[in-house]
Write a protein that binds this ligand. Structure first.
Ligand code: SF4
Length: 360
């Protein structure tokens, strides 16, 4: 028992020293503002640090305080998030910030139970913000932490199960020091991101290799235990550039669901044995009440989301008559290519915008 406590203490101190000497500079690490730290944690979910840095910097420049963001227009915030993906994070964060302004006097709650009730806030974000911004000893568990802990303790359980996360949370709870919990959490995540890599971990350079179970047993590659994923489905999507002179039509997606509130070209997924041309003609009729004539193929692009991928084919179309009408109550607009920068579009759309700009 006493031996375990000494080992835990040594683990924490070793990692903290390593982190102190090796941590990468990141703009949010310069800030003590809980709002900034919270934003960085939201942006970093499923996203690489290098990708997040310019988004975070632009966001903080435009909305430096909770008050600034709470007053912003949804479309302007979404436009700033455009390209970062997982747009639900953006909607939730904005809703949570507005609640903070209305119900918490504009201050991020430092009570973990209260913070956890805000929109989009889960156990990970709570632990990260409470530990880094408020110095509370709440351990984080993310993919990097799971990998480090599974290897360090030779934990062979299915790493995707809730019971495994709970087990790792218990391990982290025994290790996290009360004096610097935020640095400790970041140290474990940083080790996972830079040394204890999924493939080719750099064990000889690792500060805790002497006591790492998997390293000593030469079984590092066996951990964590990640069951093989099923192949993700691929959808075929036909999209229409409905042209009127120099303008073309865009429509807004619903305010809930996948890519909520963003703008896109009309069209949709193929059903059964439909071709992409048939799918877009059906969707234009269902949603806009218009028969479109397909003139030519403009572009074909692919895009991968977390749970599916899409293959988009974009067709230049004309209306049979000038009858376009938003039947589904989603706003529509006729814009020129010069207006593209004024509306948030999914990343997949940006892949064919150069082709669109070349014809209009
Ligand atoms: S020794 Fe290797 S496997 Fe163990 S924690 Fe360090 S990098 Fe990961």
């Amino acid at each position: 028992m006493i031996g375990d406590i000494i080992l835990e203490k040594k683990f924490s101190l070793t990692l903290l020293h390593w982190y102190h000497d090796n941590k990468r500079p990141m703009p949010w690490r310069e800030s003590r503002d809980p709002y900034h730290i919270w934003l960085s944690e939201v942006m970093l979910q499923q996203t690489q640090v290098a990708t997040v840095i310019p988004y975070y910097t632009r966001f903080i420049e435009k909305y430096p305080t909770i008050e600034d963001l709470a007053r912003a227009e949804d479309q302007d915030v979404l436009k700033l998030w455009e390209g970062l993906g997982y747009y639900r994070r953006c909607h939730h964060f904005l809703a949570a910030i507005r609640q903070v302004r209305t119900h918490h006097k504009g201050k991020v709650p430092d009570n973990s139970d209260v913070f956890l009730k805000l929109p989009g806030v889960g156990a990970y974000t709570t632990a990260a913000v409470m530990s880094i911004a408020f110095g509370q000893a709440l351990p984080v568990v993310d993919g990097n932490v799971i990998r480090v802990m599974a290897r360090y303790y030779c934990l062979g359980e299915d790493s995707t199960k809730a019971s495994t996360r709970k087990h790792i949370l218990e391990k982290m709870s025994g290790l996290i020091p009360k004096e610097s919990p935020g640095d400790f959490n970041q140290a474990v995540m940083e080790l996972g991101a830079r040394v204890c890599l999924p493939k080719n971990p750099m064990c000889p350079a690792c500060p805790i290799h002497e006591t790492c179970c998997a390293f000593k047993a030469d079984t590092v590659i066996d951990y964590p235990n990640i069951p093989k994923k099923n192949r993700i489905p691929e959808y075929l999507v036909g999209l229409a550039v409905i042209v009127r002179g120099k303008t073309f039509l865009i429509q807004k997606r619903p305010d809930t669901g996948h890519l909520a509130g963003m703008w896109e070209l009309p069209g949709g997924k193929t059903l059964n044995n439909e071709s992409m041309e048939q799918a877009l003609q059906r969707k234009c009729l269902e949603e806009l009440g218009v028969h479109v004539q397909i003139k030519e193929t403009l572009a074909c692009v692919s895009h991968v989301y977390s749970h599916f991928k899409i293959r988009l084919t974009v067709f230049v179309c004309h209306e049979d008559k000038k009858t376009v009408n938003a039947l589904k109550k989603q706003p529509i607009l006729w814009i020129t290519v010069d207006d593209l920068g004024n509306y948030p579009f999914p990343s997949a759309n940006h892949k064919f915008f150069p082709a669109l700009c070349s014809i209009l």
